[in-house]
Design a protein around this ligand. Sequence first.
Ligand SMILES: O=C[C@H](O)COP(=O)(O)O
Length: 349
Amino acid sequence: MSSTIREADLGASKITPLPARAAANTPVPQTHGIARNTGMRLDLGFMESVRSVNRSALERRVASLTKRRSIKADNQAAWLLRAVSCMDLTTLNSNDTEERVRRLCAKAVNPFRRDIVEGLGIEGEKIRPAAVCVYHPFVATAVDAVRGTGIHVAAVSTAFPHGLAPLSTRLQEIEASVRDGADEIDVVIPRGLVFGAKWQELYNEIVSMREACGDAHLKVILGTGDLATLRNVMLASMVAMMAGADFIKTSTGKESVNATLPVGLAMVRAIRAYFEETGFLIGFKPAGGISTAKASLDWLVLMKEELGRPWLEPDLFRFGASSLLTDIERQLEHHLTGHYSANHRHAMA
Ligand SMILES: O=C[C@H](O)COP(=O)(O)O
């Protein structure tokens, strides 16, 4: 697979980095190659101004994006490889062990069988998940297993998945994960702060988490399936970004409803509004229940159409997924063997 094909159809940027206000804040610290979000004061007026979202309008937009998706069959393999590059390969199970984490890391280091690598012509090209994502006790094992590969290690900290522990305990967990070598920290917010509209408290907590992360990347998980309304999702997204989140993330994978495209679209619109206000590019991570190659293409198209090319890069977009890689591998195999059944073609069209 040539790089021409790989880049085919990924499109041009809709947003030109970097923007006035961020540029004026020089020197802007860099993280993962982009200007780090230094946040802003909690601005309830700004939050209110961008909170209005209409569920049926979001659903219509999602329907039109997924229906007229224009990825040509020849380009699908390139898009699926892009999905892999934007993946946090995850294991977050109650029965996780060091051995299981080592196997996950080995899969991240060598995600495809040799015949697939050769068939696609991607030998020597490091197409790998951007990160592995594990519970705190397995951070050191993961760091050891991916050392030297460029794969990041993300820890879910802060009493995942509910965030229901004293703040001091949650901050200590972040600090311990960073000490063990995690360079990305996925934190959860206590959903009760959203229900109580305790925006200042939520903001303050996330600012403390940001500090506890040090140089590590901060991804803030909203638990959107628990938040009841799109208004809550928008407001929580804004608070997280104002408090200095590098990424906002939909779900833990443990809620009864996890990542959905309309709610994801609302968060993406919040990212756009924050960008227009501050100039900072914030990443987005849908997570939970994304397990098919087809679903990954829907998300990539949404990012490209709503935010543009920069959000097809792992610095600004990640899937949190435990089983997506397996289905992508299966689809790439079908692509190579030409054994696309009518069903496969339909599913991927
Ligand atoms: O953050 C990642 C999620 O926990 C993964 O969820 P999943 O197992 O449904 O792919």
